[in-house]
Design a protein around this ligand. Structure first.
Ligand SMILES: Cc1cc2nc3c(=O)[nH]c(=O)nc-3n(C[C@H](O)[C@H](O)[C@H](O)COP(=O)(O)OP(=O)(O)OC[C@H]3O[C@@H](n4cnc5c(N)ncnc54)[C@H](O)[C@@H]3O)c2cc1C
Length: 468
């Protein structure tokens, strides 16, 4: 029996095994279009037992498999290898909110539920879910957990790891670990869920999660501040954080906000001051926060660190955050760019931007950067492109840019993957960044759980070095 027939028989539902090339192509191409592979088939199980049977069959037949949620990975983690030997195991049809327990401030959800559906379900029970990011309609719970996604609310609620109370996982041998517990305290041994959070599908398939819920943000206000220059960023951040109410804090270059408004949203830019940088912050809480927002904006204008400000509450804020959501599409206007997701200790973002500028300009005077990010987490998204009107047909010197950026970040004690994960994009660079003992320990855990190396092969771990 060939592999396709064997998978159909094992899962017990033939239409769970898709081989139509038109459907396979989108599952095999990543969101940015950087990584394209080929798959033997796309598996679409509907429940845990179908996942279990699919995984057990893959183990028996030695078929490599790539777990996939919304395929919105920005690290090339969610697509199959080019050799056509992998199956893609989509979790999108496991999409039930199993239960919401408002009194224990938690919910049990299938791995294929989109982030926006989790947020809406929490809100319907007067609760708040603590993760938000631009891909909220695409990214699924299993993918968010497997990449330990961050986004715009990490400052207040932590990343995806902090939202996970329990997990249900199908292990590479096809057995199920049911760790769906909503306990806040449980010191009864090694906390296994942390192995799978951020493992990028290399250790098992997450089929469901118990997620932590928070009190609702009943009142919120958004400040958009035109920043005098990079030197005053710490003053602004400190003043905002002292309010104790900040739930999002973003740094944005003015030109990108203008481009997003002009080219994508077809609206007027919200502030026109000549300032090079903008800071957008959300204050949120149980009581009205507008007065506090006005006070902090006034004091920052008075001490000269902010040139102008906009304050918005209610639905008006959505317009401001919609502009920030368009930063991923802004890249399309830049042509090819080298992209980085960097983190440094809190407070050192201005220094990082200056050092990165100094590191890339000697490579090519026509290089420009698109720097934005989660200021309150020390996380900078840094994309390097050639000046839009350079028009000289020269290619981006990617190797030299990579080396310069990585070196700069490491010299500051930072990380080259703050929140997007490792995937294929950063796999090889980790060898220079992480202590050898740390990498060795990770490979030993991988070898223990997935001895046949079938789970998301080639991602995170360099092939052939598993047991080094
Ligand atoms: C417009 C846009 C904005 C973004 N903004 C942010 C941001 O602000 N912050 C941030 O952190 N990230 C951001 N991301 C990237 C983010 O990592 C992904 O959106 C998300 O975390 C991945 O979820 P997914 O369901 O799409 O997973 P996929 O892309 O399908 O998979 C990602 C990884 O998880 C694994 N995986 C998926 N599901 C499972 C499962 N059930 N069990 C085991 N492994 C699984 C895959 O094998 C792969 O390794 C953004 C992406 C886009 C496109």
């Amino acid at each position: 029996m060939d592999h396709i027939a064997a998978l159909k028989e094992a899962i017990g539902r033939p239409d769970a095994v898709v081989t139509d090339p038109d459907i396979l192509v989108s599952a095999c191409t990543d969101w940015r279009g950087w990584y394209g592979g080929r798959a033997l088939a796309l598996l679409r199980p509907k429940d845990v037992s179908e996942v279990q049977r699919a995984v057990a069959a893959c183990a028996r037949l030695r078929i490599p498999l790539v777990p996939q949620g919304g395929n919105s990975s920005l690290a090339g983690a969610s697509t199959p290898s080019p050799d056509g030997s992998n199956v893609v195991l989509s979790l999108q049809h496991l999409n039930r909110i199993r239960a919401i327990d408002a009194s224990s401030w938690s919910m049990n959800v299938d791995a294929g539920v989109p982030l926006s559906a989790v947020q809406q379900a929490a809100a319907m029970h007067d609760r708040h879910f603590g993760v938000d990011l631009g891909a909220r309609d695409t990214a699924r719970v299993g993918g968010l957990i497997s990449t330990n996604a961050g986004g715009m609310s990490v400052l207040r609620y932590g990343s995806m790891r902090e939202q996970v109370l329990g997990l249900e996982v199908v292990l590479p041998d096809g057995s199920v670990w049911n760790g769906l517990r909503g306990l806040r305290k449980d010191n009864s041994g090694v906390d296994l869920k942390h192995l799978f959070i951020g493992a990028e599908g290399t250790l098992g398939v997450i089929t469901a999660a118990t997620l932590r819920l928070h009190p609702p943000e009943r009142h919120s206000a958004t400040l958009l501040l035109a920043v005098k220059d990079l030197d005053v960023i710490s003053t602004i951040v400190d003043a905002l954080l002292e309010t104790g109410q900040v739930s999002a804090l973003e740094l944005m270059p003015t030109w990108a906000v203008e481009l997003a408004c002009r080219e994508i949203l077809r609206c007027r830019p919200p502030l026109e001051t000549g300032a090079e940088w903008l800071i957008q912050a959300k204050l949120a809480g149980r009581r009205p926060v507008m007065e506090q927002a006005e006070e902090v904006a006034a004091s920052l204008i008075e001490n000269g660190s902010v040139l102008d400000a906009i304050l918005a509450d209610g639905a008006k804020q959505e317009t401001l955050w919609a502009i920030r959501d368009e930063f991923a599409p802004v890249h399309k206007w830049l042509g090819h760019s080298a992209r980085f997701d960097l983190s440094v200790p809190l407070g050192r973002i201005p220094e990082l931007i200056r050092k990165l500028e100094a590191a890339i300009l000697p490579i090519d005077r026509e290089l420009r950067h698109f720097s934005f990010g989660h200021l309150g987490d020390g996380n900078l998204h840094f994309s390097v492109f050639r000046r839009l009107d350079a028009n000289d047909g020269l290619a981006l010197p990617e190797e030299a840019i990579d080396a310069a950026v990585n070196q700069t970040v490491w010299s500051m004690g930072g990380s080259i993957s703050a929140e997007h994960g490792v995937g294929l994009l950063h796999r090889d660079q980790l060898v220079g960044q992480k202590p050898a003992e740390e990498l060795r320990l990770q490979k030993r855990i991988k070898a223990l759980l997935d001895p046949q190396d079938l789970f998301n092969p080639g991602k995170v771990f360099i092939p052939g070095t598993r047991d080094a």
